[in-house]
Design a protein around this ligand. Structure first.
Ligand SMILES: NC(=O)c1ccc[n+]([C@@H]2O[C@H](COP(=O)([O-])OP(=O)(O)OC[C@H]3O[C@@H](n4cnc5c(N)ncnc54)[C@H](O)[C@@H]3O)[C@@H](O)[C@H]2O)c1
Length: 332
């Protein structure tokens, strides 16, 4: 099948590797000519993934028109900050129906919209075959090296989820399940990045596994409150796209959200932290949407509030942790 991947960053490249390994023809669109040239000439993307190669059936372009001209499936893997503008450009050049697969994770500040909702807003609906979120515990750095990974193709349409399951499943290293709670999966995938920042902060303050396990457990409580408020399925919290993704991102140094939290705890401010990263820190944007949504809908989110205060009100990390520990005593 001909598949287009929008975004040749670490995740877009890793996903292209799986598709290439599965014998699909893949074209990656990226705005960076350096990335495009490196993929075409060397079959690598070292600025994003220092180790690992791309198969020969993966090529790249910085022409959106060319990238989309023959696509049957379009995989979105750009930072959520630019998704709206990229979709607007895509809408201008699309000429036929495509299956949309989203691999990016975030919630839009002010609107609280999920990526699926933004896709249906920005793309002429006649050109959308269906929408599937590909999400779950997965670091690009491991996938590009064919290390065993298990994730989910999530859609309101069972057939579309199954199509994406077969497209990406690779019995050697990439197992794909299907599930159907799109709303819950998108919310969990977005929120977990905030808790990864919190986890990096704990490690940066010299705290250990006890603190991290406590964070993960209480993060699940906050995630459940959100999932309920959005009217999604509570069960999603306990699956690959919920606790699975939360665990991988809060416990791994591959996570750039974790790394951002670590740097914030060691005295850098948000601007310095973002400037020092070569990859997107989605949690820094999603925390704004989550904080706003929690205020409007009266949801208790002490961890999200603490991360927000450190990032946007310059509260020192240690003060935020002390304040969380001094909250009134309560039942679990
Ligand atoms: N890296 C991972 O392991 C991983 C895993 C799962 C999901 N994700 C999600 O995937 C998304 C992308 O993450 P990433 O790690 O690949 O980020 P990244 O920073 O490595 O790459 C982003 C890419 O998007 C490109 N880009 C930015 N603006 C663009 C535009 N306007 N037009 C075209 N290309 C543009 C950049 O040039 C870059 O190559 C994020 O939402 C992230 O949460 C990442």
């Amino acid at each position: 099948m001909k598949v287009t991947v929008i975004g040749g960053g670490s995740w877009g490249s890793a996903l292209a590797r799986i598709l290439g390994d599965n014998n699909h023809d893949v074209i990656i669109f990226d705005r960076s000519i350096d990335i495009v040239n490196e993929i075409n000439e060397n079959h690598t993307n070292k600025s994003k993934l220092p180790v690992g190669t791309l198969p020969l059936n993966v090529s790249a372009t910085n022409s959106l028109e060319l990238a989309l001209s023959e696509a049957l499936v379009v995989v979105i893997a750009v930072p959520t900050k630019v998704i709206r503008s990229v979709l607007k450009q895509m809408n201008l050049v699309l000429t036929h129906r495509c299956l949309f697969v989203n691999a990016s994770k975030g919630l839009e500040p002010d609107t609280y919209l999920r990526v699926s909702e933004i896709v249906y807003q920005e793309i002429n609906n006649n050109f959308i075959e269906d929408f599937v979120a590909l999400t779950g515990p997965s670091h690009a750095e491991e996938v590009i090296n064919q290390l065993l990974t298990i994730i989910c193709a999530v859609s309101l349409n069972k057939q579309a989820a199954k199509t994406v399951q077969s497209l990406f499943n690779n019995s050697k290293y990439f197992r794909v399940y299907t599930s159907y709670d799109l709303k819950g999966s998108e919310i969990c995938g977005a929120l977990k990045n905030i808790y990864a920042i919190a986890s990096g902060m704990l490690t940066g303050c010299g705290l250990g596994d006890n603190a991290k396990a406590g964070l993960i457990s209480r993060a699940l409580v906050e995630m459940r409150r959100f999932v309920v408020a959005f009217g999604a399925s509570e069960e999603t919290i306990y699956g690959l796209t919920g606790v699975g993704d939360l665990v991988v991102t809060t416990t791994s140094e591959h996570s750039r959200n974790f790394q951002a939290g670590y740097r914030l705890a060691t005295g850098k401010n948000l601007e310095e932290t973002i400037a020092s990263m070569t990859m997107v820190v989605e949690g820094a944007r999603t925390v704004v949407a989550a904080y706003q949504y929690a205020r409007v809908n009266n949801i208790e989110t002490p961890i999200i509030d603490a991360v927000y205060d450190v990032l946007y009100n310059r509260k020192p990390v240690k003060t935020a942790i002390n304040q969380l520990m001094k909250r009134s005593l309560k039942d679990e």
